[in-house]
Design a protein around this ligand. Structure first.
Ligand code: CU
Length: 473
């Protein structure tokens, strides 16, 4: 039986176990899903209340036992953090698989120190619970981290982890947006560009928590592992929703991930493609995300990479140097014919009938952002009259909020960082609300947003982009 087929069968079994009904996975927070999986070893929401299972207490013990070990012991807390500091890929297509293997081996070490093979990592669902869970604030426990930059009641904002954003990420059917941006890279530590899962909720939580979490030594903060378990849960959910479609490129598939230790402290190596076998890596969760809206579903086609970007796809549009953005941080972009066609294709079906699938996608690539202050986030708008930090994220002009993490460490950074967003739905909303007629020039605006209660106001110079390109697929 081939792997895909086996995965499908495993997936179906898991779905049945999780209480799937009428082809739709149950939404997060559904208690019956928890009840149905109470006896199964799966990763659970850290706030889930399952009789006879105290996952936080078990995790606290495991962390304490690892912190008690000598720093040079491969099973120690510090050794695990150093793996991330020295090897983690960010901003490229190994971001998700590398962290899946990293989580799995960390979890195996927890099992070993606890002498409990049934132990599974809990995850922090920051869309549902927007503050760092209470158990992580008790100074007497191993889960406390003294240098976080937030208080127990601080909540992450909606443009970082909100439901609309997560639905959009789940709806996305351009593989590269999930794994990375639309450029391939051949080095694990070489940044190419970031897709929305990485740039927004992933980076955003690192920056929001701050302290160790804001650096590549973030695994020193015990909340790191629950944060990444939730990122992995979203990848798993996305795979389920998109029939386990993945990147076909051999460079991605055959790349060896070599930096992990098994529970006996021996070095283990994985080939990237094996990380898609989620059962092998314990990437099984009590609740998976589902797509709520059907109106943005698009037909799926496999995409593959070439050195030029996406094979067989016309990289239409359009690139221009931003130059001096001035105080307002806006620029006028002339839209040429190919992208115009893309825009009208992408928006027409939505306008005609909500349920019709959209057969075109518009991607926006923001390139060469030089980051001087990683605490500053960058909000992006299209055709916004007077963009400001107070412009609501529910505005039809809103595209995304970029969060910066890991910039300037090791090889990450350099010529600036790149991000790719699917802005198809933004164009549809703009057209619907009369802010864009589908043919004229457009205005792209960048608004810097500082940390809440920041001493100095944020300025565009903190996170200045160099170029914007629109691509119609
Ligand atoms: Cu991370």
């Amino acid at each position: 039986m081939d792997i895909k087929r086996r995965q499908f069968i495993q997936a179906s079994t898991a779905i049945v176990a999780l209480g799937m009904t009428d082809g739709a996975l149950l939404l997060s927070g559904n208690q019956s899903a928890n009840a149905a999986t109470a006896s199964k070893n799966v990763r659970r929401d850290v706030t889930a209340n399952v009789a006879g299972l105290d996952q936080v207490a078990a995790y606290e013990r495991a962390v304490r036992l690892m912190k008690d070990r000598e720093p040079n012991d491969p099973l120690s807390w510090e050794s695990q953090a150093q793996i991330h500091q020295n090897h983690c890929p960010h901003g490229n297509w190994w971001f998700l698989p590398w962290h899946r293997a990293y989580l799995f081996h960390f979890e195996s070490i927890c099992q070993k120190v606890l002498s409990d093979p049934s132990f599974r990592l809990p995850y922090w669902n920051w869309t549902k619970d927007r503050s760092v869970p209470a158990a992580f604030w008790d100074e007497r426990t191993s889960l406390f981290q003294p240098n976080r930059e937030i208080s127990p009641n601080d909540e992450v904002e909606g443009d970082v982890t909100g439901r609309t954003l997560i639905n959009r990420i789940m709806n996305n059917n351009v593989d590269v947006l999930l794994y990375s941006g639309a450029t391939r890279t051949d080095d694990q530590r070489e940044p190419a560009s970031q897709g929305e899962l990485e740039s927004t909720p992933h980076n955003g939580i690192h920056v929001f928590v701050g302290g160790e979490m804001g650096s590549f030594l973030s695994p020193r903060d015990p909340i790191f592992w629950l944060h990444h378990a939730n990122v992995d849960r979203l990848w798993r959910s996305w795979s389920e929703l998109h029939q386990h479609r993945s990147i076909g490129d051999k460079l991605w598939k055959d790349h060896k991930l070599t930096e992990f230790f098994d529970a006996d402290g021996k070095v283990v190596t994985h080939v990237t493609s094996t990380t898609e076998d989620f059962a092998k890596f314990n990437a099984e969760y009590d609740v998976l995300e589902t797509v709520v809206s059907t109106s943005t579903k698009r037909p799926m086609e496999p995409l593959s990479f070439t050195t030029k970007g996406l094979a067989g796809r016309q990289l239409v549009a359009f690139s221009s140097d931003v130059g001096d953005l001035g105080i307002a941080g806006s620029m006028q972009l002339a839209i040429d014919t190919p992208i115009k066609n893309s825009i009208s294709k992408a928006t027409a079906p939505l306008l005609a009938a909500e349920e019709k699938p959209i057969d075109s996608v518009i991607l926006m690539k923001i390139e060469g952002i030089t980051v001087k202050n990683t605490e500053t986030r960058l909000r992006v708008f299209i055709n916004c009259d007077k963009p400001s930090p107070n412009t609501p994220i529910g505005s039809p002009s809103f595209v995304a909020t970029i969060n910066f993490f890991g910039v300037g460490h090791g090889d990450h950074g350099g010529d600036g960082v790149n991000f790719i967003f699917d802005c198809t739905s933004t164009f549809a909303k703009l057209k619907k609300s009369g802010l864009y007629n589908g043919t004229g020039d457009i205005k792209v605006s960048f608004v810097p947003i500082g940390r809440k209660n920041a001493k100095e106001p944020s300025v565009l110079d903190d996170v200045k982009p160099k170029r914007v390109t629109f691509v119609g697929l």
